[in-house]
Each structure stands twice: as structure tokens, then as C-alpha cells.
Design a binder for this molecule. Structure first.
Ligand SMILES: Nc1ncnc2c1ncn2[C@@H]1O[C@H](COP(=O)(O)OP(=O)(O)OP(=O)(O)O)[C@@H](O)[C@H]1O
Ligand SMILES: O=C(O)[C@H](O)[C@@H](O)[C@H](O)[C@H](O)CO
Length: 160
């Protein structure tokens, strides 16, 4: 979880590989209207995210074993909705500063997410630090180091 550009897709793919778990790429399940809004530089509302979170929650609960999901999950209530679908769900919070997030989003070329929306991601973000089952990581670390951190945290039980 984390703001646009924090590295959810990059780290999620590596963790899924390392753990041998399937990957659900959350961005693939936004409504077409939501993608059009983000492309146009209009931030999503709670209402826009509701159906998306329901789709992600039902995919999570359909998996019997381990599964990796990439999802911005910016607000506490979004995370609680996902937790309700998958008891024991853990969150890796990719913590990134606004300037680096903006730089990454602006330099990644053909992607629907408008760089003008990065500030709104930070406005929506409610830090998950202090919630159960959350690992906060420094999203500027190299991906290999981040993957190792996640895998060893889960192996140790995935507690805060
Ligand atoms: N740890 C990292 N160090 C340096 N660059 C990174 C790191 N993680 C991701 N990046 C780069 O930052 C950009 C955004 O990464 P990525 O698409 O994985 O983020 P994201 O959180 O999934 O974004 P979004 O949700 O907006 O799709 C990419 O160009 C990626 O290569
Ligand atoms: O909740 C949201 O506002 C969205 O999920 C965004 O975070 C983007 O989909 C994602 O980061 C793509 O760049």
C-alpha cells in the first residue's frame, strides 16, 4: 500500500515471486470511469473507490492460501474493508516523500495516473503505522533490500 509511485507494483511482483504466491494487481480492477478520471487529473472519491475495494476484497477472500495484492489502501477504512475479507491480512506500507513520488510518477511515461494528482494522494493518505500487522518500509531503498525485508518479516510472523 501507499501513494501512486511508491513502488507497489514493483515490490508486489518481487514479493509474489519470492513467496511463490499469486499477485493481484489492484490497478487492473478500477472502473473504466475511475481510470478516465485519474487520466484527466481528477482525484478519486470514497464513492469511486467503494466498488473497486469490494472487487479486491472478494478476490482476496477467494484465495485459500497466500496472495499478494497491490492496492493504494490510503485510508484506514479501506484497509479495514480488506482486513474483513482476509483475516490476518498484513500491509506493507511503502513510505515515500512527495517530491520523489512526483518525480517517479512524472517520469514513468504511458500510465493513466496524472502526475498532477500526487498531492491529492498525500492528502488522502492516513498512515497505517500503529495498526496491527503493518510493516513500514522506506520506499527509496533498493527493491532487493525491500523484498528481503518483507519476506523475513512474514517469516517471523508479520507483527508490527
Ligand atoms: N525501490 C525503488 N527504487 C527506485 N525506483 C523505484 C523503486 N520502486 C519503484 N520504482 C520506480 O518508481 C516508479 C513507480 O513504481 P511502481 O509503478 O511500482 O509504483 P506503484 O506504487 O505501483 O505506482 P502506481 O500505483 O501509481 O501504479 C517506476 O518507474 C519504478 O521503476
Ligand atoms: O486510491 C487511489 O487513488 C488509486 O488507487 C491510486 O493510488 C492509483 O490507482 C494508483 O496509485 C495508480 O497510479
Amino acid at each position: 500500500m501507499g501513494v501512486a509511485g511508491c513502488g507497489k507494483s514493483s515490490l508486489g511482483a518481487r514479493c509474489a515471486d519470492a513467496l511463490g504466491w499469486p499477485l493481484i494487481e489492484g490497478d487492473d480492477f478500477h472502473a473504466a470511469e475511475s481510470v478516465a478520471k485519474m487520466r484527466a487529473g481528477i482525484a478519486l472519491t470514497d464513492a469511486d473507490r467503494q466498488g473497486w475495494l469490494e472487487r479486491l476484497a472478494s478476490m482476496l477472500s477467494a484465495h485459500q492460501g497466500g496472495v499478494v495484492l497491490t492496492c493504494s489502501a490510503l485510508r484506514r477504512r479501506y484497509r479495514d474493508q480488506l482486513r474483513a475479507a482476509k483475516p490476518g491480512l498484513r500491509f506493507v506500507f511503502l513510505d515515500l516523500d512527495p517530491a520523489t513520488a512526483h518525480l517517479r510518477v512524472a517520469s514513468r511515461g504511458a500510465h493513466f495516473f496524472s502526475p498532477s494528482l500526487v498531492a491529492s494522494q498525500f492528502a488522502a493518505l492516513e498512515s497505517p503505522v500503529g495498526e496491527p500487522g503493518v510493516l513500514r518500509v522506506d520506499a527509496t531503498q533498493p527493491l532487493d533490500a525491500l523484498t528481503a525485508q518483507v519476506v523475513s518479516w512474514l517469516a517471523a510472523g508479520g507483527r508490527p
